[in-house]
Design a protein. Structure first.
Length: 471
């Protein structure tokens, strides 16, 4: 296999000077997760300066370190790539990687569903050729160029997630990625604290078209209220191939029928006239919509739609995004649904609907443990309180809430549903651990900053009971 980067290539890309010859098999900006053979990029941030860890990374087997000064304790003869600015150099590596690779590149953004759709696209395309996708949620100003720099030159399909919480961020990321196909999963009131309106959020998502050529394609949610606005933005950039997905009769990727089950969904869809039947191995109406976006993007990129649809049966939920665990509860067991990575009003409603579709064990209950949804600005109290209705519709028996914003939901709930409220997730973790009983199904969800993963860790800490204990 060809090396990911040689010293000469990296020097040419960044305008830097290599102190010696080397080849790298990977790229890292974190000394803790660095693997032997990685090129370590010493970024200087507000809390840490990667230059302080260069000596350690070289001792761990880094192929070289990209630096803008000679680090303490490192000899001038060490394997280094000296540049003017390491962050700018990382971006240049990303640009060079994009230029040298002939892959069809798909960019994914949206208020919710970005990471799941990106992972589903990778699963759909990896059987059709060498595929690469950004890891985890590396979707910001350093995560995107890092992901680009990691893309092997042999890649046939590249999938990159782009996120934002301020105007202008996706514009810059799109000009790095230069997507052939752009997917906007949906537009919802996420990050509303940084925008005057949801329309302004739509405009920020539409920045994904900034780095595209006119021959590209836009894959947009036809059921979303902002479809027309997004389509107009695509056309303003010269993009005329616009594929809408959803249940709308004019959708290019149209949902014909779906059956939602506790652990999966069965779907029939028309992809520009091609009828496909498939199963999604993750439950929820939101995943039905994600899958339509995947099929639209595969079609737009020239892939095999039938093979992509078949791949939906092999999806697995990610940590913090729907992964399920068996946990100990009294003399038996309960089920935990970990949705703790992040939250917005739309993703909260989706998670509550999935919980509502599940059947608890004997004497078990549906329980929701919900932390604050952040960055909602002046609308925070209203949007939190509005979750009371989907909770009632889902037949949830007990709700625990965490944080000042979730107090609005707690007070909007009927008293019979109020399990408890706490200021912190650490405090709530102990409360919930004491209240869970055999047969319960517990969903834990909140914005990343509300630290609901602490509740998940506490519930997982006990030795799981045998699966047979649940009846």
């Amino acid at each position: 296999m060809n090396p990911l980067w040689t010293a000469a290539e990296a020097a040419a890309a960044t305008g830097g000077r290599a102190t010696r010859d080397w080849t790298a098999s990977g790229v890292s900006i974190d000394s803790r997760s660095l693997l032997p053979g990685d090129l370590f990029i010493a970024l200087a941030g507000p809390k840490f300066d990667g230059h302080d860890f260069v000596a350690d990374t070289l001792a761990k087997g880094a192929a070289a370190a990209l630096v803008h000064r000679l680090p303490a304790g490192v000899a001038e003869s060490a394997a280094l790539l000296l540049v003017a600015d390491t962050m700018a150099a990382l971006e240049e590596l990303g640009r060079a990687s994009r230029r040298r690779c002939a892959a069809q590149v798909i960019g994914v953004t949206g208020s919710v569903g970005k990471t799941g759709t990106k992972e589903a696209l990778k699963r759909a395309l990896e059987r059709q050729g060498p595929s690469f996708a950004s890891a985890g949620s590396l979707n910001n100003q350093w995560g995107v160029p890092l992901s680009l720099a990691r893309m092997p030159r042999e890649t046939a399909w590249g999938i990159f997630e782009m996120g934002m919480n301020h105007p202008g961020e996706i514009d810059a990321l799109s000009r790095l990625v230069r997507p052939d196909v752009a997917v906007i999963t949906t537009v919802e009131p996420a990050h509303l604290g940084f925008f005057p309106s949801v329309e302004a959020i739509a405009d920020a998502k539409a920045e994904i078209f900034a780095g595209m050529e006119a021959r590209g394609a836009a894959v947009l949610n036809r059921d979303n209220a902002h479809f027309v606005r997004l389509a107009a933005a695509a056309r303003a950039h010269g993009i005329t191939r616009i594929l809408g997905f959803g249940s709308h009769p004019d959708a290019s990727v149209r949902l014909i029928d779906s059956h939602l089950y506790a652990t999966a969904s069965a779907v029939t869809a028309s992809v520009m006239g091609e009828i496909v039947d498939y199963c999604i191995a993750i439950p929820g109406q939101h995943w039905v919509m994600n899958s339509l976006a995947v099929l639209g993007a595969v079609k737009a990129a020239g892939g095999d739609v039938g093979a992509a649809a078949a791949a939906m049966s092999s999806l697995h939920p990610l940590d913090g995004r729907g992964r399920r665990h068996r946990i100990a509860a009294g003399e038996g067991s309960a089920e935990l649904i970990d949705e703790s990575y992040n939250a917005s009003p739309a993703s909260m409603r989706a998670a509550l609907a999935v919980l509502g579709a599940m059947t608890p064990g004997r004497s078990g209950r549906r329980i929701a443990v919900l932390g604050d949804m952040l960055e909602l600005g002046d609308e925070a109290e209203r949007l939190h309180a509005a979750l009371a209705q989907p909770i009632l519709e889902a037949g949830i028996a007990l709700v625990f809430t965490v944080g000042p914003n979730m107090r609005a939901l707690y007070e909007a709930l009927p008293k019979r549903l109020r399990g408890g409220h706490a200021a912190s997730s650490a405090e709530m973790a102990e409360i919930v651990a004491r209240r869970v009983r055999p047969g319960d199904i517990v969903t834990v969800k909140g914005s990343f900053g509300s630290r609901m993963a602490e509740v998940v860790r506490r519930l997982l800490a006990a030795q799981p009971a045998p699966a047979a204990a649940r009846t």
